[in-house]
Design a protein around this ligand. Sequence first.
Ligand code: SDX
Length: 428
Amino acid sequence: MSKSATLNVDGKSFEFEVITGSENEKCIDIQKLRSETGYITLDPGFGNTGSCFSSITYVDGAKGILQYRGYPIEDLAEKSTFVETAYLILYGELPKAEQLRDFSARLKEHAPLNTNLEHHFSGLPNNAPPMAILSAMLNLVSCFHPEVLEVPTTGAEFDRTASLLLSKVRTIAAFAYRMACGKPINHPNPNLTYCGNFLHMMFSDPYQEYEVSPIIDKALNLFLILHADHEQNCSTTTVRVVGSSRANLFSSVSAGVCALWGPLHGGANSAVIAMLEDIKDSGRPLTYYLDKAKDKNDSFRLMGFGHRVYKNFDPRSIILKKQVHSVLEALNINDNLLKIALELEEATLNDDYFVSRNLYPNVDFYSGLLLRAIGIPLNMYTVMFAIGRMPGWIANWKELHDHKLRISRPRQIYTGETARPYVSIAKR
Ligand code: SDX
């Protein structure tokens, strides 16, 4: 394997080092490209550009492999819990019993919101988008906890800040939902698990405590585990870019929430359900939707299909597809959208447009059906993705500071007007 790459340009030859990662992926280190050659590279969407070294998550898009800190997603989905996986992603190792106990205790301790922060919910319109509330409230938390404005990335300070964020994101999400429904908020119950407490805050009523079923608790843990991190995706890159200016953790993840909101990213899970509902209600054949997705003059895309990295099945969609079947069966729910989803997947597998472009179901294609089975309302689906992704965002923000921090500032190729004199308004 080459140790360096040669660039021949303007009659000169330049050598750049080849760096190989622990899973044998290779890159050409072009950190000195501009200073040595005067050239920059161009890569809109950064599909060919590595922005950092990272030891958190590894994805092999060709083989459909996803590992958090070396542990295959299939093992974690089957054997772990979201809290344990969050610890792994944050600290690099699966926790020992005492470490897990301390981590869980911190999450319980930090679940409540400052009552003055609670009042902000009541000023919002009932139809306020939950992702807007989540992003705003995450920033507002730092107004009540000014200590998190510091940038601790190690020790007890980081442990506290990370736990505070991981715990409060769940409380903010539940409070946003309750306010949107015009229902009284449920304060966190320290006797419940991370997921159980969220379900309690979402669905308990003054006269009826929500009873957490083990099936739903496990399904929610699995959903959050599968969303916990995913290399340098759009929202994680956003967290890193914002954090690179030394912005605090809360403002960095608040920006990550905004990036995740987009329908090409985390907003796809609810867009998939809207698409399946439309297919169900419209009575149109699947070919109508497949043709729309292929039509370059139509902005419609088959939501939940395709991925920048996976050119094989997204391993998360395989796990979710199985989980949806078992949860619906266990809860004796007959969701006719699942039948449509299976037919749509089958249709794409037999359509050259999708096969030739490696457009397979991604994490969002089946995740919405699982959230439906759990009873999460549609407008909260992307919020659930954000709760799941929080450990990944925090770990990437921490890793950014653990390495030599450089502010993110890409270059550009200018294509505008060349220099020209000012023209007075009388002469325009
Ligand atoms: C997530 O990056 C991550 O890791 C993200 C994520 C994570 O965990 O963080 O995995 C979570 O965001 C999953 C993706 C959710 N989004 C969707 O399901 C929205 C629908 N999918 C797409 O819009 C698209 O596939 C993307 C955004 C996911 C990927 O876009 P790319 O890599 O920029 O691909 P592209 O637009 O260059 O597409 C290549 C070709 C194009 O056709 P041609 O120009 O070759 O003719 O495939 C076509 C595209 O038009 N295409 C689709 C399509 N996705 C790509 N055509 C129809 N339907 C689609 N869904």
